[in-house]
Ligand binder design. Sequence first.
Ligand code: G3H
Ligand code: 13P
Ligand code: ZN
Length: 290
Amino acid sequence: MTLQNILPWIQEAHQHGYGIAACNANTLEQMQAIVLAAQAENAPVIIQVSHRALQYAGSGSEILGLQYMAAIGKVAANSVQVPVSLHLDHANEQEVLQAIALGFTSVMFDGEGLSFAENVATAKRLCTIAHSRGICMEAEIGEVPKPDGAELDPAAIDLTNPDEAEQFIHATGIDMLAIALGSVHGLKDKSVSLDLERLRAIRERVDTPLVLHGSSGVNNDNIAQGIKLGLAKINIATQLNKAFTGAVRDVLAADEELVDPRKYLGQGRDAQIEVVRERLRFVGAAGKAG
Ligand code: G3H
Ligand code: 13P
Ligand code: ZN
């Protein structure tokens, strides 16, 4: 299938209490793993690429990274029969506009560091442009930290204020709202619990599909409860990287003479297929491709 605007599948998931997995990809093999897993589970899926993934793919040039990822994403989507969306993850205004021009079907504007008013103004402007092109728009209120190995004070995390979430949605018209419930990006173990009371309070005010960032570090029970309470897009990156890299590490450790990258990257791809399949079943998206 050609790349799809995933919004109808997100809305369906939101209505029926299951989730859509949004899987980050950094390499060709990771993109392939995501669509092959989705095909095997007959599930709609989102491939997403972060700012740092773009820089990596473009060897430092973001626009080249966007071009590579747009091209590979289109081929990956066309290679399977399930709906696939290509989403730009955590992006600034310029990246969002470039991704829209290059054929991404979903974008996230990350207004981190902006005031509420500036975040609203930019998200609203970009949302109008995205909608005029049939593209799905996500933005964020609150902060899901990206400590990247640095010390983090959990008490200092800016969790989403339910009133602000409501105001933000009405003021911007966005399709999906990323909220902060205590998760943290990049954790290798599922050690974090979500503030589910806060999620309930947000859900009482807001009927828009909600997005969980940093799901790799959240315990599964909380993710499952969160999905029932309105988290419809579940972002997964580190858990996939861990599976991919773990398999590559094992293959290389087992054979010091190995030099053919296909032999270790292929093992990484296979391992990632299994973990994406498990996540698709876990969020309830398996069998939902129609
Ligand atoms: O939210 C972003 C994902 O965790 C991937 O981040 O590509 O910057 O490591 P990264
Ligand atoms: P994790 O790497 O913690 O799974 O976070 C993924 C994410 O939120 C991508 O936007
Ligand atoms: Zn994120």
